[in-house]
Design a binder for this molecule. Structure first.
Ligand SMILES: [Zn+2]
Length: 439
């Protein structure tokens, strides 16, 4: 009998860890970090977990026999990784290296860059993983299950939804997706492929079920240009390293206003890897509107030296001297370093990521505001979510029209039956580790 059990992403945003069992075949779909559960007990860098036993004991990683690196025999045939966001890949670090990880080509590139730039603590050591890559529409056979990944648009390139045929029925897993990014047509392709046959079970992300905004990445791009053009001083901005859509929006707005976009060393390193993927349309690191900020420190990692040797490198004093020529990527952790730059009057800060949605982020936000007040910088919030909006979500589940839909990656799965319009007989509200039959 085919069934799925959810060990994360249940009544929480992210942390997806899905076990799919069909006859003798066992698959894991994503194995992400439940950031909210983890932050109940831990706060980096000083209160970090040091023992795998504590992660198991606290339920941060599930007790599934035969999946972890310290066990000799693997009980799972393969892992399918939908995309390279921490809440989907995070605890691959702990898994048995004998289990292959299937993912998109771009996801593999990103995982490689993460592996190279992260210090390998217990939770963040991704060395030794065997990746097998796919493209949209590939057919992968693992035991009795056939998997068709189809590309979707999300706030990271290389994201996929999955169509899975088991001996017991057809299942669709959306991963994370949206319909308002630059590549919205990718999501349309997925919905079309997922809707073409009858589906028994749909696992659907519902992050933005209860509230939406009408916007798009294009609109974000336009707003950035407006703010950057008018600023007589330095523009500082925080945005996700791996959100290449947003990187492109910042690049376009910087170039169109005659400025240079100044990246962190880590962002620049990711750019060198991702700009090789021509379909993403990213500039190269040696583009004349791109530079890299190298803040003063004693020791540089090998990859940091490598990036520095291939880019236009700027120091704090370079930035301080001609502030209105730059848009500088700077997050909370960079604020202390700005003492050396001394943003002049008219400088602004653009927050281009989601609003804080938990206590930890709220505290960081307060600290960021503390720094902005100190430097006298107004805060502009310019962002659009990586997740599908309520009306498009409703259209998506209506189109796929599964016998049974399970809302995941949301804090309010119990509201989904009403909000989606599917009704309670067609919606299954999940519980952690409780198997759900495919048919
Ligand atoms: Zn995601």
């Amino acid at each position: 009998m085919g069934r799925v059990s959810l060990f994360g992403g249940v009544s929480e945003i992210g942390g997806n860890k899905i076990l799919l069992e069909d006859k003798d075949t066992r698959l894991l779909l994503d194995f992400g970090m439940s950031i909210s559960t983890r932050s109940k007990y831990f706060s980096d860098p000083y209160v970090s977990p040091r023992r795998k036993e504590s992660l198991l004991e606290l339920g941060i990683i599930p007790r599934i026999p035969g999946i972890y690196s310290w066990e000799t025999k693997a009980s799972v045939d393969a892992i399918i990784l939908s995309h390279a966001h921490l809440d989907h890949y995070g605890y691959l670090s702990m898994l048995n290296r004998g289990i292959p990880v299937h993912c998109g080509e771009t996801t593999r590139v990103i995982m490689g860059a993460i592996t190279e730039t992260r210090r390998s603590a217990m939770e963040t050591d991704y060395r030794g993983i065997t990746y097998k890559t796919f493209r949209s529409g590939s057919k992968i056979r693992v035991g009795s299950i056939s998997i068709t990944p189809v590309h979707v648009d999300h706030s990271i390139p290389g994201a996929y939804g999955l169509i899975l045929e088991t001996s017991d029925g057809r299942m669709v897993y959306t991963g994370d997706l949206r319909a308002h990014g630059r590549a919205a047509s990718l999501t349309a392709d997925f919905v079309k492929a997922a809707s073409s046959d009858s589906t028994d079970l749909l696992l659907n992300e519902a992050t933005n079920m209860v509230g939406g905004i009408v916007s798009s990445e294009e609109e974000v791009s336009g707003k950035l240009l407006k703010v950057i053009e008018r600023a007589p001083g330095l523009v500082m901005a925080s945005f996700s390293t791996m959100d290449t859509d947003r990187l492109l929006s910042f690049y376009n707005a910087s170039r169109d206003s005659g400025r240079t976009l100044v990246l962190s060393l880590r962002q620049a390193f990711f750019l060198t890897k991702l700009s090789k993927e021509k379909s993403l349309g990213l500039p190269d690191l040696d583009d004349e509107s791109i530079a890299v900020y190298r803040r003063e420190k004693k020791r540089f990692e090998h990859w940091e030296e490598d990036v520095s040797s291939h880019a236009t490198v700027l120091s704090s004093s370079d930035l301080a001297r001609s502030q209105k020529r730059y848009v500088l990527a700077a997050s909370l952790s960079d604020m202390e370093g700005m003492i050396g730059v001394k943003p002049e009057g008219g400088s602004v800060y653009v927050l281009s990521s989601s609003e804080p949605f938990n206590e930890e982020m709220e505290l960081d936000m307060q600290r960021l505001i503390g720094w902005l007040d100190y430097y006298g910088l107004p805060l502009y919030h310019i962002h659009v979510s990586g997740h599908i909006m309520p009306q498009e979500l409703r259209e998506l589940v209506t189109s796929i029209n599964a016998e049974k839909t399970v809302p995941i990656h949301t804090e309010h799965p119990e509201l989904f039956a009403k909000f989606s319009g599917l009704g309670s007989e067609r919606v299954k509200v999940p519980n952690v580790a409780e198997p759900i039959e495919i048919r």
